[in-house]
Design a protein around this ligand. Sequence first.
Ligand code: NAD
Ligand code: IPM
Ligand code: MN
Length: 368
Amino acid sequence: KATYRVCTLPGDGIGPEIMAEGKKVLAAVGEKANVDFVCEDHLIGGAAIDACGSPLPDETLNAAKASDAVLLASVGGPKWDSTDPNAPRPEQGLLGIRKGLGLYTNLRPVKIYDALAGASTLRPEVIKGVDLVIVRELIGGLYFGRRERFYDEPGAGANGGRGQRAYDTMEYREYEVERIARKAFEAARKRRNKVTSVDKRNVLETSRMWREVVHRVHDEEFPEVELEDLLVDNTAMQLINRPADFDVIVTENMFGDILSDEAAQITGSLGMLASASLGDGVSLFEPSAGSAPDIAGKGIANPLAQILSAGMMLTYAFDMTEEAGWVESAVERVLDDGWRTRDIADDATPADHVLGCAAMGDKVVEYL
Ligand code: NAD
Ligand code: IPM
Ligand code: MN
């Protein structure tokens, strides 16, 4: 019997609630497929800061490196929003594990479930057929650039601290753009063969290099894939104007972060968006959404993004595409039969079809 060791990182806020459902579904798949998924929890984010003062303890990174795959829920929350500039932040844990595992590719698929057409704030005819994937560069750019904050610029003390200065830098190396471009073209080959490369070439030097490198990789290695360039502001607009036209969107870290929340809303809720973070070694799977402090502890979070992230783990980490299909199909049938969590319910949803987090996990297991 095959055994896979999964490093599970529940984190903060709704993290532990949705992680429990992800594990539940994984266990059910394991039983059906005769595979053992051995999950071992480790600390990350605020929970790790509280326990040992660091958002990413060495022990956690080492356990992740030694595992077959990592399943993460979410980190962060108001509790750790300190005004002290030197206080550790939960988000550093997430950035640290992405960097530590070399996870330069983040795949965020956005697909409309027919049953959820009414949950979107966009009109059904606009979102019909939406099936795109955002390929986000995950360990470069502004998130990891040189940065600094100055509290004692001349004049700072004299006028009540108003002389502060801070900067972040966006920096990319050619090979970083090359490798993410390749991932995007490879993804497109398995899909509808179209890549939209998103940048801000009219302003940023990194973007001018980005566009040049993406085109070179295209011309040399993937000439048969259709390639279009789009400025990021225009992309934000086109995503809600004609979302069904997109197939693969490739972009740098920060643009990808922003566009993926926007794209998630096309589906009706951030609670639906799964993601896979891939490098050349152990990979990590995580919902795109955060710790949702506003609903944490209430048992009403939508666990489907977590469950679908576990599904992506089956495909990308264990090459279990058939079993991943079971998970996707179970989620689809649950939705087709009208089962909803609160975030994706609408006026037409009968009260007895609005499930809590755990009940939704149970429902998916039942349909498996
Ligand atoms: P958020 O994604 O946590 O929440 C945004 C909105 O979406 C909220 O109204 C929330 O209730 C809703 N939402 C998110 N996930 C949901 C789910 N599964 N079911 C139902 N509703 C859901 O973003 P935020 O409020 O801006 O950030 C909160 C904290 O999470 C911050 O500390 C932030 O840094 C962190 N964060 C972490 C991750 C991560 O761990 N991957 C991602 C994004 C944000
Ligand atoms: C995400 C999150 C993270 C990011 C934060 C929490 C660091 O928003 O995964 O989208 O910006 O990458
Ligand atoms: Mn984000």
